[in-house]
Write a protein that binds this ligand. Sequence first.
Ligand code: S3P
Length: 448
Amino acid sequence: MPDLYVISKNTDSHQQLLVTTPPSGLSLSGRIRVPGDKSISHRALMLGAMASGATTIEGLLLGEDPRSTAACFRLLGAEISELNTQRVQVRGVGLGQLNEPVDVLDAGNSGTTIRLMLGLLAGHAGKFFSITGDGSLRSRPMSRVVKPLREMGAQIWGRNGGSLAPLAVSGQALKPIHYHSPIASAQVKSCILLAGLLAEGETTVTEPALSRDHSERMLRAFGAKVHVEPETNSVTVTGPANLHGQPVVVPGDISSAAFWLVAASIVPGSELVIENVGVNPTRTGILEALQLMGADIELQNQREVAGEPVADLRVRHTSLKACEIAGDIIPRLIDEIPILAVAAVFAEGTTVIKDAAELRVKESDRIAVMATQLNRLGAKVTELPDGLEIVGGTALAGAEVDSADDHRIAMSLAIAALNAKGTTTITRAEAAAISYPDFTATLQQVCQ
Ligand code: S3P
């Protein structure tokens, strides 16, 4: 009899994930790989599509979000091979040479796709573009990129004064700006830098705290002039740039690895090695937070692959203690807060997560949804305006919980279920395919 039952059921157009823990408990073991980094995958497709010549992408995430990016850039004239093997070929159009698409560009569920693409399209003078997305994306704030793009001379229209998709763009010649972003957001930073590629002169973005720097790294590799000033969290790109197709190697996504880091930490007797994970310092806040909680995580075989630091992560079960997470670390673990909340449920003491109001405008309101859903399992989680307070150490019992159509919530709840008594049913679990299509298969594999 298996230790753990993980069953996927189709209901209407949705999937339920049923996780049943045996009364004797279970443990996780094995060596696994996680899919390619989502942020790097989007950027590789976009820069490849904009560059002259051929780009080969090794290890691309074959999830729904990169599929949205690929579909948009095919409509814009780039040749992108089918996303069915991890080696994807892109033939770019050359900077500033995207086609006026004959249809609406659909960014699906992906904030990175719509916001970065807006920056690239805004400077295509004389061309018209319309962009939409799914229900979640159409409710997410776009003014954070529309406002600075308008300062550069962009013409953008949309609902609510241009702050909500669907959006329409009439490409214009752009002028460079120095933008002081009120939020630490890699999507805002990248959008402006990409717009700056087509503006004559220096475009600078200064942010209040450092956000992920994959755009800066990859733009440089593709031949753009990029200057970083770490003391002021500023990046400058000089336009017009020349981008040349490149081989890109995408490391495993630390945001996906985070589910296994927490799973092995909270389930007694567990030990996992997650191979080939990207450990870019702008993304490793989750490692620091878990180590602060006392987690047993070791970075092995550290190396650099195609301009990004990579390591194998070995994690063993240990008892966790509560911690406080706030300030500059937040942008460095923003996507991992739902699974960090799960870790806190099983830690001794009260964990407080603050300065994370951005979570309210992600694929779902992750503060509200995580509090509601974890409490359904018996946890003691309180919403704060900008975070969560979690009283650890209460026993969880299986119940029906819902992903709110948010990939990271679906997977976080499945990990919480590993330590809940009986059966937990996660509805709308198919959302995981946005960033981790094989999540359920890997869950079955490590629990055997
Ligand atoms: C991303 C940046 C972050 C992150 C998102 C991916 C990126 O968003 O939450 O999942 O690839 O640039 P913000 O820029 O809104 O913080």
